[in-house]
Design a protein around this ligand. Sequence first.
Ligand SMILES: Nc1ncnc2c1ncn2[C@@H]1O[C@H](COP(=O)(O)OP(=O)(O)O)[C@@H](O)[C@H]1O
Ligand SMILES: O=P(O)(O)O[C@H]1O[C@H](CO)[C@@H](O[C@H]2O[C@H](CO)[C@@H](O)[C@H](O)[C@H]2O)[C@H](O)[C@H]1O
Length: 486
Amino acid sequence: MPATSSPDGPPGTGDPLAGLHDALLAWLPTQRWFPAKGRRIAGLRTVAHSVVSTPEESPTVEHAVIGVSFSDAAGGSAEERYQLVLGAQAGPPAEVEHAVIGRRPGPDGRDEVVYDGLADGRISRLVLSLIVENQTRGPLRFVAEPDTEAPIVGPGRPLIGEQSNSSVIYGERAIMKLFRRATAGLNPDLELHRALRRQGSHEVAPLLGAVEGELDGEPMTVAMLQGYASNSADGWSMALASVRDLLAEADLRADEVGGDFAGEAHRIGKTVAAVHLELAAALGTHPLDARAASEIEAWMLDRLDRAAEAVPGVAEQRDAIADVLRGVTAAEPSTLQRIHGDLHLGQELRTPTGWLVIDFEGEPSKSLADRVRPDSPMRDVAAMLRSFDYAAFHQLAEWEQSADDPDPQLERRAQEWADRNRAAFCDGYTEVTGTDPRDAPELLRAYELDKAVYEVLYETRNRPSWVSIPLRSMRRLLTPAGRGER
Ligand SMILES: Nc1ncnc2c1ncn2[C@@H]1O[C@H](COP(=O)(O)OP(=O)(O)O)[C@@H](O)[C@H]1O
Ligand SMILES: O=P(O)(O)O[C@H]1O[C@H](CO)[C@@H](O[C@H]2O[C@H](CO)[C@@H](O)[C@H](O)[C@H]2O)[C@H](O)[C@H]1O
């Protein structure tokens, strides 16, 4: 049996990672998934730790939850928790060299190297086989989804790219995501994929299995295994290619240039609509009555005030924005249900047969309670409309960094691209649900503006050179002429 422990004391009192705290503190900010880069870390502790491998298996594989606390103004006393899968071996293979975290004395007295386990194909292969065999190792349960056969195709290859979690791909057949933020409770990504699977959804990748643990006495989702859509392209890259074609031919309209995206936007609209119907059928709907609407309004206003504190461009428009956000109370009668919660073109994959929606975790900065709260499907629709704006104006925003003045002709072309694709998306959505989102303009505008405010804060913190994109949309949504979708 693998050894397990749940240390909670100070370093040196039985914490198996105590000797690695300094190394972890240096390593964490270098990781793409670590969201608190640049913040002043006050301390680190091991919240939970278990050994996954048996003594016969090499390398040693460990699962840990670490708690990081901060001493800057944004930190307060809140601790953020992250999951790690660690490999440990005296002489690990060269392929993990880039993933080394530190060294510590091994069980035989010799130093062993501790590294990010997902970089080691032997470790990802072990995790996959534990899932397929439905094994339990210490506090971790490796579960295959009933009636599925996860393909055993050997070691995993870490996904390289922009991610908030960490994924490995198994031979173009399966993909496993380790959720980096450790949160007590069922992760909505797993929960909603399970619900959609029950509905026989063709709009999401098939769920194959999961790794589940415990945190604070509650279940915690460690990882999720899905079918891999090989030969797919994400909507964001496809949309950018289309916009590039358009801006290279500034004299032509979006429908006259090669690489028009409107057909795809229409199909994405249909796909998102189908997901909404499936989620409603699987998990139910509730009326968006006056009480629910005022709760959503309060939540939006609170988020607006937090953004206004951090970004002067938002603070200057605070009252005008608040007036638009109050549009959610004009939403009756309509319904609330479980939704995606953080939809954008990068969360859509074009496969040879259609579009798939991925990543149902919701906005990363929201608490779990907020991410699982039923909301209007209009939030997802508005988020997609925002994404078409992003794709349209992204290149201009990059050019504006180096050019003196924006070219008004290119701005007009970009706006045409956005309008054309937003309309095509709404048409596709309406075709499937029978409800045209543009028939509730105040609700749609409130959700779009709420998302734009979120994005202004997100870009200020993560990609300051992109902040002009949501700021431009914020201004448009506050201008009477720029409001209408039709
Ligand atoms: N089922 C899948 N098939 C193919 N590629 C996928 C699949 N799921 C995710 N990906 C790829 O992995 C990337 C990260 O996945 P995502 O679920 O968005 O992770 P994160 O939550 O870390 O952002 C996606 O942008 C996509 O390129
Ligand atoms: O993908 P995540 O779930 O981590 O979502 C976060 O990051 C997104 C960017 O990667 C961010 O999306 C924003 O930028 C996109 C272009 O990169 C654009 O298509 C989206 O419309 C825009 O919101 C998302 O908001 C954030 O939560």
